[in-house]
Design a binder for this molecule. Structure first.
Ligand SMILES: *Cc1c(COP(=O)(O)O)cnc(C)c1O
Length: 395
């Protein structure tokens, strides 16, 4: 076993920053008041929740009253799609547009809506992992209720033309949702400026706590409640607020937004060093997704002739935490739907490796990965009948 530990799976989740824990701690301990209580003790918690709402509004360019806290990204995605579909169906609009490479929180929700009688168009994403605005335009119909396109993909990190799609949808009078879980805290997100109507985010993807996120709902949009009950979140998502979680979300987002430019530069330099180093030292390897229009921390490579799962196990032995496809899909034998959507053959998709870096990744971490990964790939290839066939030119 290696004594080095390199966490390179920041797209799956990130480490809670000590400063974020520190901001949360009072609300897990002495400040346990209920934000809905009228006495001062409850109002301290209320103010903390409101301050977090202000932070979200400032960082993402929306109004505080457009922020609705949820239990995370999956809940926000479900709420956005199900309630938009329900509201629009009342006006006879039952067509939904999304893409083939969304997160399962979107794709499985769309499957559910199909069973309820909605028609779904899934747009292609091409080899570069980018959605074409023309394709969105061509798919729009008079009965289109909603367009949902992720801001940045969680497996290949590609960043989508969200402002252009937003402008198109606004002009066409169609609701536009974006799953921005991978983007928020990492790249600039402008809710108002990009004409976004609905946006999902999750704190644990930017060094906040797990189990808390938000859905931004543009003012004036008629939209169903997610949870009926008390008056929390304007009665739209009832239930006593997760005060500590919401405070943690706010603290983490504030730190991420303040350091975004600096972190972005440093992390994308590490990313490119890792990509170029691995591509040049491993033959028959490829980068998945556009090299430039990608998240600062995302590296996604395919190595022909090997199984991603075996690679992960051997990297784990070296103390490297990585992923092959997304955390939700590993454990099943099907290759990632994202890699298939960008046109990779099954065999190549199976040999994929996702390394996702963060501002906590060091130069030494990258050097270690550059040193350890290529020999592991060679060793796996030496045992692989598929690799043998590739070398003989049979594949
Ligand atoms: C992680 C993730 C989600 C789910 O968020 P949770 O808070 O874990 O429910 C949704 N969409 C994308 C793109 C993600 O990366």
């Amino acid at each position: 076993m290696s004594n080095r530990f390199v966490y390179a799976d920041n797209a799956a989740t990130t480490r809670l920053l000590p400063a974020v824990l520190e901001a949360m701690t009072p609300y897990l301990t002495e400040e346990y008041g209920n934000p809905s209580s009228l006495y001062g003790f409850g109002q301290t918690a209320r103010q903390a929740v409101d301050a977090a709402r202000e932070t979200v509004a400032e960082c993402l360019h929306c109004r505080p009253e457009e922020v609705f806290f949820t239990s995370g990204g999956s809940e926000a995605d479900n709420w956005a799609l199900k309630m938009a579909a329900e509201a629009m169906a009342k006006r006879g609009k039952k067509h939904l547009i999304s893409t083939a490479f969304e997160h399962h929180a979107i794709l499985h929700t769309l499957e559910h809506l199909k069973k309820q009688g909605f028609e779904v168009t899934l747009l292609p994403v091409y080899e570069d992992g980018i959605v074409r605005v023309e394709d969105v335009k061509a798919a729009l119909r008079p009965d289109t209720a909603l367009v949902s396109v992720m801001f940045a993909n969680n497996e290949i990190g590609t960043v989508q033309p969200i402002a252009e799609i937003g402008a198109l949808c606004r002009e066409a009078g169609v609701l536009f949702h974006t799953d921005a879980v991978q983007a928020v805290g990492h790249i600039p997100v402008d809710f108002a400026g990009m004409n976004i109507d609905l946006l999902s985010l999750s704190a644990h993807k930017f060094h906040g706590p797990k189990g808390v996120g938000a859905l931004l709902i543009r003012r004036g949009i008629r939209f169903g409640n997610l949870i009926d009950g008390g008056a929390q979140e304007k009665g739209r998502r009832a239930g006593t607020e997760n005060t500590a979680g919401i405070v943690g979300l706010g603290a983490a987002l504030k730190l991420a937004c303040e350091a975004m430019e600096e972190n972005g530069k440093r992390v994308s330099a590490l990313r490119d060093r890792l990509i170029n180093g691995l591509l040049s030292s491993v033959e028959r390897s490829r980068l998945n997704g556009d090299p430039a229009r990608r998240l600062p921390g995302n590296v996604n490579l395919s190595f022909e002739g090997i199984e991603g799962e075996s690679l992960l196990l051997m990297l784990d032995f070296k103390g490297i935490c990585a992923s092959s496809g997304s955390a939700c899909t590993s454990g099943s034998l099907d290759p990632s739907h994202v890699l298939l959507a960008i046109g990779l053959p099954h065999a190549v998709a199976h040999g994929s490796l996702r390394l996702t870096l963060s501002e906590e990744t060091s130069d030494e971490d990258v050097e270690y990965m550059l040193r350890e990964i290529p020999p592991v790939v060679q060793r796996l290839r030496a045992m692989s009948p598929l690799w043998e066939r590739i070398c003989k030119g049979e594949e």
